[in-house]
Design a protein around this ligand. Structure first.
Ligand code: ADP
Length: 545
């Protein structure tokens, strides 16, 4: 009988069996599962596979795990990591493993062991109402945290990304974003616990000051002051393969005492330039108090219905079809749609709203809405955003993956200055390639403190190999197009990690040399998430030559 699991690099069936035996003796056989690569199931967002990327852009069984292991404690994680060193077995830690649009739970190296931290390590260790913070294990989702706060009746808000099923810890370590004033998740974390690639355990910041009177065993300022003393390490453990994060502190936003979401619509494609020019000073001055976003009509149309409802050509919507689709979904949207919110007591909100209306009112045809101005109906993005911008987890926006049959998706996310010129240039670069390769441009600009995350989305038919190949080719060209124009991505799908890492090559790629030096020092056996963010252990670098 031929073997149905995928061997990791440098392994034989015998060495693989020995490693499995070791993992099983640590965790118990029921927590070590061998993956049958001939029976992969893409499942769904609500029940994501831990075996592979459900939105495969290359072959379904290309980025696939050999085994899934489920530690139950930090000590288990340490023991697994030590065993992985003994057997030179590549690990790929995930918290929940949704990693929507960036590869799911799939490992970069075929045959790695996916370490499913969230399966059993899913406790809210601390939830402090007075000081507004929490300390979490990897398996705590936004939804779980939100529900626990409601259950306790605390006056705290969380910050959620578009979809609420992901891990709070996983998203922060990936430097993901949400949309309240606490939208930059890494910025709002405070303190980590990490298992290093040799199995050693560290706590960052004030966490390394012991206090035996505290439940955590660390200083009661661990979740209050991020930096501690001496070198500051936390960034090293984000988007990296330098360790497994087993705990994270997050700051939570006290209920601001009032809230009002709004939508501003712009009727012309060319309004993007002026809208962004208006956004910049308002955001810098904190009149835009949260992380707002300005979204293409296509994104909001796709939340409402599949493309086949608007066109039978099988091709991207024409300009006329797009205008007709905007009318047909009838949710108030136009060519570009800006979603923001006001936070604070009524008099504060009133002043802010007047300033915002005054500024955007200079764009001809701009329309201003509060949720009560429009009927709430399925596909009304504004009413979904009303919840998202006050930290209520939802999964409704998943609907846009149905734009195409068997919809798969991959996010392409270059960073842009908050200028009309840059936003339009990025939009043009993307639109040109999307048109050339036969996809609808679907995009959103998420407004950070001083930059835009331009999230660009192609929805492709996962069961159509030709369409996947076309999408992948397009994305590869887009990486280069953006790099040529001076733009780089903030995060990426597994399949583009090496290429994107290669574009961050100032001064002879000196940053990668530093990354590799750290990698070799911390992980001489190359077991921790090899290839993550384009950082390869020495053994694999030698292999590639
Ligand atoms: P989501 O929260 O969307 O379900 P994942 O749990 O899939 O996200 O995590 C996304 C990525 O972040 C993983 O593929 C992995 O590279 C990294 N990651 C997640 N959790 C950890 C962790 N605890 N330690 C180190 N890296 C992690």
């Amino acid at each position: 009988m031929s073997q149905s699991y995928i061997l990791p690099p440098f392994h034989t069936a015998e060495s693989f069996d020995k490693a499995i035996e070791d993992f099983r003796s640590i965790l118990g056989a029921e927590h070590v599962e061998i993956v049958d690569s001939t029976k992969l199931d893409d499942q769904s967002y609500h029940d994501p596979p831990k075996t592979h990327d459900p939105f495969h852009i290359i072959d379904q069984d290309e980025l696939v795990a050999s085994i899934i292991i489920r530690p139950g404690s930090t000590e288990d994680v340490q023991e697994i990591v030590k065993a992985a060193n003994r057997h030179r077995f590549p690990l790929w830690p995930v918290s929940i493993g949704r990693n929507f649009g960036y590869g799911g739970a799939a490992p970069r190296v075929r045959g790695s062991a996916v370490v499913d931290l969230g399966a059993r390590m899913n406790k809210i260790l601390e939830l402090d109402n007075k000081q507004a913070f929490t300390l979490l294990e990897p398996g705590v989702t936004y939804k779980m945290l939100y529900e626990e706060i409601q259950r306790k009746g605390y006056n705290l808000w969380i910050d959620v990304p578009d979809l609420g099923g992901g891990s709070v810890l996983g998203n922060a370590t990936e430097r993901g974003v949400g949309y309240t004033p606490y939208g930059d998740h890494f910025m709002m974390h405070c303190g980590m616990e990490i298992v290093l690639p040799n199995g050693e355990l560290i706590r960052t910041g004030m966490g390394s000051l012991p206090d035996k009177n505290q439940p955590t065993g660390s200083s009661n300022t661990w979740q209050l002051f991020p930096y501690g003393f001496g070198p500051y390490h936390d960034g090293l453990f984000t988007q990296s393969n330098y360790g497994i994060v087993t705990k994270i502190g997050m700051w939570l936003m006290p209920d601001p005492g009032g809230y009002q979401s709004y939508m501003i619509t712009f009727s012309k494609d060319s309004d993007l330039y002026q809208a962004i020019e208006i956004i910049r000073p308002l955001r810098l001055a904190n009149i835009l108090q949260n992380v707002p976003s300005i979204r293409s009509a296509t994104l909001d149309i796709a939340v409402a219905a599949p493309r086949s409802d608007f066109s039978s050509t099988g091709k991207p919507l024409t300009e006329e079809e797009l205008d007709a689709a905007i009318k047909k979904v009838d949710t108030g949207i136009e060519r570009w749609n800006f979603y923001g919110a006001l936070y604070g007591p009524e008099p504060v909100r009133k002043v802010m709203w007047e300033a915002i209306k005054g500024a955007f009112g200079t764009i001809e045809g701009a329309k201003f809405y509060l949720p009560s101005d429009l009927p709430e109906k399925p596909g009304s993005v504004f009413h979904i955003r009303d919840g998202t911008l006050r930290g209520v987890p939802s999964t409704t926006e998943l609907n846009w993956t149905n734009w195409m049959p068997n919809g798969g998706t991959l996010f392409f996310s270059p960073i842009s200055p908050v200028t009309g010129e840059d936003a339009v240039r990025q939009y043009d670069i993307a639109k040109r390639r999307f048109t050339e390769f036969g996809f609808d441009y679907i995009g959103t600009f998420t407004v950070g403190m001083r930059e835009l995350h331009h999230i660009i989305i192609a929805v492709y038919d996962r069961k159509n190999p030709e369409e996947k190949r076309r999408a992948f080719e397009m994305y590869k060209l887009l990486v280069q197009d953006c790099a040529d124009a001076g733009y780089g991505e903030y995060r990426t799908h597994l399949a583009l990690m090496d290429q994107i890492a290669g574009t961050y090559n100032w001064n002879g790629n000196s940053i990668m040399q530093l990354n590799q030096t750290i990698k070799d020092a911390l992980d001489p056996n190359g077991i921790m998430a090899p290839g993550k963010s384009g950082v390869w252990p020495k053994q694999y670098r030698d292999l590639k030559k």
